[in-house]
Structures are given as C-alpha cells and as structure tokens.
Design a protein around this ligand. Structure first.
Ligand code: FUB
Ligand code: ZN
Length: 660
C-alpha cells in the first residue's frame, strides 16, 4: 500500500519528494563492497569513465561546446542534434562516481569541473543550450520537436546537474540546468497560458528529469511542467505517431509501442508523477503498460525493442533473435521504469525484471575490459554474419556515431547501488543481492545489514545485522521469480528461521533483531532449460539455458568443427556446471548434450525447402521418426553467460537452441 514516507536523502538518481505517495523509498548511502558488481564497477570507474573526456573530445562533442561559446573556430561536429547529451550522461556518470570517492577522484573531479565550465560557457543568456541549433544547424530553436532533441538534451543536463549536486554539493551545473529549465518553462505551456509553444519533445527524457529537479530543489513549477509534457502526448501534436509517443494518451494506452527508449523514458516519468501526485490513473496505466511489456514484448535477456526499424517495440510476441534490436539504452530505460514502479508499489516483480535485465540485456552492452560497446544486443549471430561496421553491428565498437549507449551504461553502473535496496519505514528490503552495507529506516532508527555473497557465482547470501533498534522491524528479501527452491537459516545453528513469511516475491522476517544476528539465504542455482510462450514463433521448438539470473549462450569459439546454425540441444542430457576461473574474468560454464545436425537433403539439392515429411506419413513408425534426432554428430555444448559474449574472437552466437 502506498503511504507517505519521509522524503529520502538518497545519493542516487531517484529521491522522493516530501509529499510522495510510495510504498518504498531508496535507502540512504548503500554501498557495494565486493563481488560481481564491484568488479564491473571497478572497470567502469578505472577504464570506461576516465576514457570519456578523450572520446568526447575526439567525437567533437566538447569542440561543439567551445564553438558556440566563441572559444574555438570550426564547424559543428557530429551527426545528430543530441550529441550534447553524451557529455551530460558522462557528467552524470562521473558525478555518481565522485560520490564513491576512492583513487583517482581528484583527477576525475578536475575533469568534471573543466567540462562543467565548457557547458556553462556554451549556455545562452536566456538559458537555452543546444549546440546543434546554436551552431546554426536546423531551422532554429524548437523548429523540429520531432527530431531536434532539445528537451531530451535538457533532460540529460538536468539529471547530470542533480547527480553532481547530490554527489558533491556543487552548484554550478545545477544553476545551468535550472536556467535552462526556467527558460523551457517560459516557452512551453498549455494553450492560453501565454507561452508560445503548446507541444512536447518527441523524445521524452526531460519529464523524468524535471520531476527529479523538483525533488532536488522543491520547486513545484518543475513538477507541473513535467506533468504538462506527459499529458500533451497522444493528442496528435506530433502527427499522432507511435514513434513520437503521440498515438494515444498514456492513461488510455494498453500496450507499449513505438521507439522503445522514448516509450520507457516517458513511462519512467509517468511513474515518477504518480509517485509525487498520488494520481491513481497514472499509476494504474504505468503498471498496465509495464505488464504488457513484460508479458509480451520482452526478450529472455530483459532486452526490449524488437525492431531495427525505428528502434520500435514491435508487436506482442514478436521477439526475433538475430534481428533483435534490444538497444542497450532501452535496457537501461526499462530498469529505470521498473525501479520507479518498485518504489511506488513495493511489488517484487519489478525488481525481478531489473535483475534479469541488469545481468543480461544491460551488461552485455559493455565489454569485460570496459573499452568497447554494443548498441544492439541480439540473441543470435548467424554463421557467416557480415559486419557492416555501423552502430547497429553485432560486433563491439569503441564508440558510435550515435553514442547514446556507452555513457548511459557508465551512469547506471556508477549509480548501481541505488537500485539494490529500499526502506518502507519499518525495515529494509533487499531487491538485489550484492556484497555491501544497506541501511533501512525502522520507525526512525537505522537498521543496518551487511551482505556477503559471491552471487551469482553461487547462491549463498550471508546477511549480518550490523545495527538494530530495540523494537522489531522487518527484513525483506526478494525471492527471484526464477527461483523454485531456497532456504533461510541461522548462520550459527543452521536451523531454519522461524516466522519467515513468503509471498508475492518477498520473504519477510519481522522480529526484534540484534547486532550480530547472522542469517544465510540460499537460492538454488541449478541450471535449467527454459522455453518460451508458443506465440514467440521465432523460438518455437527451442530451449535456452539459464542459471540463477543469468541467461546463457553458445559461442562459436567454444565449438570448433563447424558453426552454430546446425547445433541443437538434447534436453534429455542433464546440464552440468564447470567452474572456469580462467575464462572471461571467471565464469561458471554450463555443459549440455547436443548434436551438430547434418542438413536434410532436398530433392533438388539446391532448394532449402521441402515437403514436410510427416505430412504424407500414415504409419506409426513414420510418425515417431519426427521425434528422433535427425542424425549428425553428438557434441558437448559449452554455454557461457550471455553478458560475457563477444569478448573473444568474433563468430556465431546463440541463446535459443533447437531441441532434438
Ligand atoms: O534519439 C536519442 C537516442 O538515440 C535514443 O534514445 C536512442 O534510441 C538512439 O536513437
Ligand atoms: Zn543507446
């Protein structure tokens, strides 16, 4: 049930305002100290983020800022009107990183200050800031709200400024962002308001950012402006196009549609607004649309956006493999939307999807060394794949012409601890399992729990109460949707914890805790085969391997002697595990039985289609032949976690495997 919680002071992307009606709120100062995510975050902090300024320099983003500030000559560089957003996303990532402190933060802080200076210098007197239009590209300010991305860029600027302010207390970027927000507030507004433009940016982003600016500053105007923009979608102001999130008003929509990132940033804002205003209709619509997405338009990896064309969601159950788009930014947007719904409703399912997306569709977007990226995240790369070298290639790239994804990954990894825990005012909820220290609010006192775990390498999660008030409070542990078997025991005696109540994805233990209490949650990580709803035609007759939250895939390099197009899996052969500390930064591989099929001959020998053999079969023996493997060689399949693919030689990859 929603209720008013005291305003949060979390140093993360989402804080709740004083009037927010939410089941949960982010915890203050969670930390992640060791384990899986620490390794990935160290690479983000030590490699990816430090490379940002150099990459932004060579791509021309920083030049553009100097150009419009009159500090450098030349022409605008870059292909898109939203190149400024790459700078802002990097600033946001670097700010969250500064909040962690640690080695190198002095140099990083200096780089951040330098780049904030460039941004401030580029701003117009009236607060406007977009180097594309300032440099004379396009037809002028707000002339192209369908594609101009001015408010999209403003949104990323605002989010960076809020991050910088929360992380460092620094005011300079926040001042720049507020000046731009104030300018926007004078230009956009409902008919009759006296403001010249009654419309919205067809790429949402400013909406959720404005809600956060309201939360940071307490200025009601920003919340109202966010609400205005959300409400103007769906009335034909942008041609009624799904691409522009304009076909139908959000409150009336029954599925997610159009450009996936645009849709999900808009929905993140809707969930934010529902949280701040308490509006039931918006909350209901947000949950309804999330449900439509999760049940019919989400790949096994948590990736969304089936179409390369228009980066679009596609139809229900239209979830292709080799042509899956699954933009890394869309995975991030899905996580952002889900987290806001998790806070609003307290339902575990939103964090289930966050977990799946984090470990798979999101994490595959960055290489293990933090240097190269995937923009699209297909579930299959075929034998003979030809790389066109473009942004939507299935090979990792150092940077993109449209570089939206890399700094988006950086900012999520740098703020990841924010998405792991929450408080409901009567304890602590652990949504994701990572080693660290998490603090809940127990009726005004601190309830602190440390977590030690190698998850998802193994399923043991050790929980130690570090601080506890004398009165009872509730520790809530999410039991993932994929987990059929788990135990919760006292660490010292091994006895099951009495009074643990499981339901709706949460395992809740309410009791009087004492510092030093230790529990062990064990999630069964036995590998499993999964199949899809039969309506997902692309994978009918196939199975995929999962272990815990990890989706697995085959890579060509582990299967010499042929490609992967002819490989199938034998579900009768039990899956086994092999720990490979030497491989891909240390992974547990899953071994399976399979076949490399010999393609069935066709009458002509050249045409790849033939009459379905059993169509003319009449005898029982003919019928059973349908179920026997179609020859070929028995082989052992080695599956690796999907997040680690494309880190060795190029070659085929597949998640879904035909069953014999
Ligand atoms: O339009 C800005 C960004 O570029 C979008 O969010 C991505 O999908 C890519 O199209
Ligand atoms: Zn992107």
């Amino acid at each position: 049930m929603s209720r008013t919680l005291s305003a949060s002071t979390a140093t993360g992307p989402v804080r709740l305002g004083p009037q927010a009606r939410a089941a949960l709120r982010p915890t203050a100062a969670p930390t992640v100290t060791a384990g899986f995510w620490t390794d990935r975050r160290s690479t983000n902090a030590g490699v990816s983020i430090p490379q940002g300024p150099e990459l932004l320099e060579s791509a021309g983003n920083l030049h553009n800022l100097r150009l419009v500030a009159g500090k450098e000559d030349g022409a605008f560089e870059g292909h898109y009107p939203f190149v400024d957003s790459d700078v802002y996303k990097w600033l946001e990532a670097a700010s969250w990183q500064l909040a962690q402190g640690g080695a190198g933060s002095g140099e990083l802080a200096a780089e951040v200050e330098r780049i904030i200076g460039l941004v401030a210098d580029a701003q117009e007197e009236d607060g406007y800031l977009n180097t594309w239009f300032q440099a004379g590209k396009g037809e002028g300010r707000y002339s192209d709200l369908r594609w101009g991305h001015e408010l999209y860029c403003a949104g990323h600027l605002i989010q960076a400024a809020v991050a910088h302010h929360r992380a460092t207390g620094g005011e300079q970027l926040l001042t720049v962002a507020r000046r731009f927000a104030d300018h926007i507030d004078t230009v956009f507004g409902p008919e009759g308001s006296g403001r010249p433009i009654d419309s919205f940016d067809a790429h949402p982003e400013v909406e959720t950012a404005l809600v956060e600016l309201y939360r940071e500053t307490g200025e009601q105007r920003y919340l109202d402006l966010a609400g205005y923009f959300v409400d103007r979608h769906g009335h034909g102001l942008q041609g009624g196009e799904p691409y522009c999130q304009d076909r139908v008003p959000l409150r009336e929509a029954d599925t997610v549609e159009g450009h996936a990132v645009r849709q999900l940033y808009l929905l993140a804002a809707a969930a934010d607004l529902a949280t701040e205003t308490g509006e039931e209709a918006l909350a209901t619509a947000s949950e309804r649309l999330w449900h439509a997405m999760a049940t019919t338009k989400t790949h096994l990896t948590g990736g969304v956006g089936a179409h390369h064309d228009k980066e679009d969601f596609g139809d229900p159950y239209e979830l292709p493999n080799e042509r899956a788009y699954c933009e890394t930014c869309a995975a991030i947007a899905s996580i952002q939307f889900s987290w806001r719904l998790a806070l609003l409703t307290g339902r575990a399912r939103y964090s289930d999807l966050i977990e799946r997306t984090l470990f798979n569709g999101f994490l595959a977007g960055v290489s293990l060394d933090g240097e190269t990226w995937l923009y699209v995240n297909p579930l299959q790369v075929r034998d003979g794949y030809v790389d066109d070298g473009g942004d939507q290639s299935s090979r990792r790239t150092r940077w993109f012409r449209c570089a939206c994804c890399p700094p988006n990954v950086m900012r999520l990894l740098a703020s990841l601890e924010h998405y792991l825990s929450s408080t409901d005012g009567h304890g602590l909820q652990l949504h994701q399992y990572a080693s660290g220290r998490f603090t809940g609010d127990a009726d005004g006192a601190s309830a602190v729990v440390s977590v030690n775990t190698e998850y998802p390498r193994d399923g043991l999660i050790r929980l130690t109460v570090e601080e506890s008030p004398e009165q009872p409070w509730t520790l809530s542990l999410r039991i993932p949707e994929w987990c059929d078997s788990w135990t919760l025991r006292h660490a010292d005696t091994g006895a099951p914890v009495a009074g643990a109540a499981a339901g709706e994805g949460w395992l809740r233990v309410e009791r009087t805790w004492a510092a030093g209490d230790e529990l062990v949650l064990e999630l069964d990580l036995a590998p499993r085969l999964v199949v899809a709803d039969p309506r997902v035609d692309a994978v009918r007759g196939c199975a995929a391997i999962e272990r815990g939250p990890l989706v697995y895939c085959l890579e060509q390099v582990d299967h010499p002697g042929g490609g992967l197009d002819d490989v199938s899996i034998d579900p009768a052969v039990p899956l086994t595990l092999k720990d490979r500390p030497d491989l891909l930064g240390g992974v547990v591989t899953v071994l399976a039985g399979g076949h490399r099929r010999t393609p069935a001959p066709t009458a002509s020998g050249w045409w790849p289609y033939r009459a379905r053999p059993e169509a003319s079969a009449t005898s029982t023996s003919d019928h059973t032949s349908e179920h026997t493997p179609d020859g070929g060689t028995a082989i052992e399949l080695t599956a690796i976690p999907y997040y680690a693919w494309a880190n060795r030689s190029s070659g085929a990859m597949r998640v879904w495997l035909p069953t014999d």
